[in-house]
Design a protein around this ligand. Structure first.
Ligand code: ACM
Ligand code: ZN
Length: 540
């Protein structure tokens, strides 16, 4: 045991008359950079007198991030300067060309560490790499950074993570921590699932009912069977100011917030406020139980579209993202089949059943395209689940594919941008250890998604043309919220599986080697520990 401990402490080697200690930085991190060329020259020594130097005002926030990360990782306090500094400096600089979007180059010699990129995002990821290379648990006085040249850029332009705040509400501070975790994994999209049958979480000034009534439920189902309920009132919502604060916090970290306002299904919280937007006229309640609900927005009523458009006006005011996610998933057609207004719409619009779909399914296409047209006129594109593809929406709309490769191929061939978030690899509400006795009592299915499986996802199927492949712009993992009631549980479900997802998003497939990833993972989990993030230690 003693030997093991002394071997571990060897990383912190005493120097300078036996008092100060130094530890080594190591660039074999998660995600692994595209190329790391170690040089023969002397290392850079990071000390309390090192400065972070930048000249471009646009890099000021990045410079401060780096000082914060160095402090967190090593305890060393460094300062920032706008002066150009010849030695003992970490230089951040924007260059005109030669580096891919969001990519970066790090050059280390004994005088300087230079992080270059053509955009601010690239500087941010160079900083993330330098930060992750630090010896997080060493407590050393100085850090030796090996002389090296690193070149790196991401494989995917959409690197996302969903948090379901409809089923459970996460306070603003917890959302910020969630965003910090995204940034640590080089992710750039926060897909914010804001509305659900069980709660409306986005303040709409024109319709205060949506948060006064729609954000509250009478109780919450316990587990997913047996009709048990805690019968405790539950609620919470984000003001528009909260949302703007989140958008800005995320933007500082190169993260775009894409809000999801799910429709026409998953809308019982809206119907509870506006029964006239439902097929039966209600009354409806904000749901107190899980599962797919049959009451959805009435596609035959003009009032539905008036409310939806008013809501989307305010969503667009608050969220600057190019895409607005309108969901579209899990919309049963039972109510539409029996609704005179929906049937009238089918008849008026000449909507027809075809070999593979009913007239009511085709009516969802009408609904989607009408909302898409409204958002397109406001300069936005829609994104949504697989059902968007069936609707016949424009190729400019994005498809979140939760199914397998065939659906990816179909969407990519039809010219849509595709984001792969296959249930069997990317649904982080599912347990990560096969022995459910070792897991929090969450999702009651026997199906488990261990980190080794998450790592295996290859989002681009074989047999596509280069153009079709280019339509597959991203990968995302989802934290659905039925049983994820707080940040601690969300962290447990995400970590470290997110580290596996982030390599699928960032690195080239031929660089993905699971056992090598597992060797690099402890550097990441030390960072989790430094920030007291909860993570699953029982890796399978
Ligand atoms: C989904 O899993 N309902 C998108
Ligand atoms: Zn109807």
């Amino acid at each position: 045991m003693k030997q093991i401990i002394s071997a571990l402490t060897l990383t912190a080697i005493a120097c300078i008359n036996g008092h100060a200690t130094t530890a080594d930085s190591d660039f074999r991190i998660v995600p692994i950079p595209k190329s790391i060329e170690l040089q023969s020259g002397k290392p850079f020594i990071l000390t309390g007198s090192t400065v972070v130097s930048y000249q471009d005002n646009a890099l000021q926030r990045n410079a401060v991030f780096l000082t914060e990360y160095i402090k967190d990782g090593t305890g060393i306090t460094v300062s920032t300067t706008q002066q150009k500094t010849k030695s003992n400096a970490i230089q951040l600089e924007l260059v005109d060309a030669g580096i891919e979007p969001e990519g970066y180059r790090i050059a280390v010699n004994d005088k300087k560490i230079t992080i270059s990129a053509t955009d601010k995002a690239g500087i941010f990821y160079g900083i993330q790499t330098l930060r992750k290379s630090l010896p997080y648990d060493s407590q050393a006085d100085t850090v030796r950074v090996p002389s090296a040249i690193i070149n790196d850029h991401p494989r995917m332009s959409y690197r996302g993570m969903l948090l379901d705040c409809g089923r459970h509400f996460f306070p603003v501070e917890d959302i910020k921590t969630f965003i910090d975790i995204l940034a640590l994994h080089n992710m750039n999209i926060f897909h914010w699932h804001l509305t659900e049958d069980q709660g409306w979480r986005f303040e709409v000034k024109k319709y205060p009912e949506l948060t006064e009534i729609g954000s509250k439920r009478r109780g919450t189902e316990i587990g997913w069977c047996c009709g048990l309920n805690d019968n405790k009132p539950y609620g919470g919502y984000y003001t528009q100011d909260d949302c703007r604060e989140i958008v800005s916090y995320a933007a500082d970290r190169n993260i775009t917030v894409i809000p999801e306002i799910d429709m026409p299904g998953h809308t019982q919280s809206l119907l509870a406020c506006f029964p006239e937007a439902g097929c039966t006229g209600g009354p409806y309640e904000v749901s107190d139980h899980w599962g797919v609900h049959e009451d959805i927005l009435c596609a035959g009523s003009e009032r539905t579209f008036e409310i939806v458009e008013d809501i989307l006006d305010e969503v667009c005011d608050v969220f600057p993202s190019a895409y607005i996610n309108i969901g579209g998933d899990e919309a049963p057609k039972t109510r539409w089949q029996a609704c005179p207004k929906c049937q009238q719409r089918i008849s008026d619009e000449g909507i027809k059943a075809s070999d593979n779909r009913t007239a009511e399914s085709a009516l969802q296409g009408y609904f989607t395209k009408r909302v898409e047209k409204y958002l397109n006129e406001k300069g936005r594109k829609i994104i949504g689940w697989n059902e968007i593809l069936e609707s016949g929406a424009n190729a400019s709309s994005g498809i979140m594919n939760r199914y397998g490769e065939e659906a990816t191929i179909e969407a990519a061939k039809s010219g849509h941008n595709v984001i792969v978030n296959t249930t069997a690899f990317c649904y982080f509400d599912y347990p990560q250890r096969a022995d459910l006795r070792l897991e929090p009592k969450l999702f009651p299915l026997g199906f488990c998604i261990p980190i080794s499986r998450v790592y295996q996802l290859e989002p681009i199927p074989a047999g596509l043309t280069a153009e079709e492949e280019a339509n597959i712009i991203g990968v995302q993992a989802n934290v659905w919220g039925e049983f994820i009631s707080n940040l601690m549980l969300a962290q447990y479900q995400m970590l470290p599986r997110m580290a596996a997802t982030c390599e699928t998003q960032w690195i080239a497939p031929d660089q993905k080697v699971y056992h090598d990833f597992m060797r690099r993972l402890p550097k990441m989990t030390k960072i989790y520990d430094t920030h007291s993030y909860v993570w699953c230690h029982g890796l399978e």
